[in-house]
Design a protein around this ligand. Sequence first.
Ligand code: FAD
Length: 390
Amino acid sequence: MNLDFTPEQEQFREKVRSWLLDNMPKEERVEGTDQAREYDLAWQKKLYEGGWAGINWPKEYGGQGFDTFQQLIFLMEYAKVNAPGDHYRFNGLNLAGPTIIACGSEEQKKQYLPPILKGEVIWCQGFSEPSAGSDLANLKCKAEIDGDELVVNGSKIWTSWARFADLQQLLVRTGAADSRHKGITWVINTMDNPGMEIRPIKDMSGGDDLHEVFYDNVRIPLKNVVGGIDNGWRVSMAQLAFERGTAFMPYAVRSSTLMEELIDVAKNTPLEDGRFAINDDHIAHELMKLRAETRALLAMTLMGVSRNERTGMPGPEGSILKLYSSEIHKKVLKLAMEILGPERFHNPDLGGDHWAWPRKFLYSFADTLGGGTSEIQRNIIGERVLGLPK
Ligand SMILES: Cc1cc2nc3c(=O)[nH]c(=O)nc-3n(C[C@H](O)[C@H](O)[C@H](O)COP(=O)(O)OP(=O)(O)OC[C@H]3O[C@@H](n4cnc5c(N)ncnc54)[C@H](O)[C@@H]3O)c2cc1C
């Protein structure tokens, strides 16, 4: 098998790289502020105008419809030049958008897809509740039909970026309280809808991008329902397959780039005995092992992109990628902490953004929870990929 890129693909790589280098924002993004929202939207708008938005979206909805290799080349170059992360754009680009492409009506596609690619809206995801995380079918947030509207009462938790979002993909209970997955509806809600209250939650890395959201007689037009009343389980499974199958691909590529950065850190970080960290046998061995693992992850990502292109939708195999990518990311950052030492946590004199690696390390724990925990991914792989009993 020849895995080299063709001259045309190499040309494409060069084009991606030079466009990114010429157009990437120069200013800093300040997480958790309105500036971050404006930064993300402005970058999305620039990508759209440059012809780089929606690399795997169909052309008819404003996407680029790139082939497998073009997508991968784009993701690799994007990670290499350290272009801005998805951040607040994550839900629209990776979850709501692909779900509407797969399950929305033609009218919904026309209304909701272009603004995502053009950088006009931020989406959030209202799925989890205090007693419905891994067991999502236990959700209780209730919606009753009143004329041509749904009336929603209840609450959601862990809603990322809720206070910066315009729109929300919301899962509500439209069937009887015990109807589990048979009585759930997937609906589009607007975040300035009367009757909503949004409260930020502080996390251990210092951020407050997670929220509790409360709904008190919130009215949503029935035309915002995607996939039909009581059919939200099918819609949300399509979405979760996307979340686990494709949304984490850029993260897989990013882990590989992060690994190379860590090798540089090891080359430049002195140990107490005066040697650089890279010359310590244990550290060199761990770096080598993890570099091999991140390379294997890249190969798996390539297989994932190729499979999605063939089937049109990521299957349960996406869970392998999500599991492996989030666990490796955690390992790379744990090793970074070992190399840099506890000093990094409290010594601003170390120069640069001394808090950058510790912040990434602390946040890496979230990656093995959000989008379905590692245990749940293992269950899916066991049952639906390997065919093991429940
Ligand atoms: C950073 C971050 C961002 C998030 N963003 C959003 C968001 O925007 N919108 C949203 O709706 N949700 C969001 N979530 C919530 C996320 O989807 C849930 O945290 C996740 O599904 C786990 O649910 P839970 O927290 O209720 O834990 P629980 O489901 O209560 O799980 C607790 C523990 O039990 C284990 N467990 C549970 N069931 C099983 C089982 N059957 N087999 C084996 N082990 C099991 C879990 O793996 C976990 O270790 C986010 C979470 C994080 C960390």
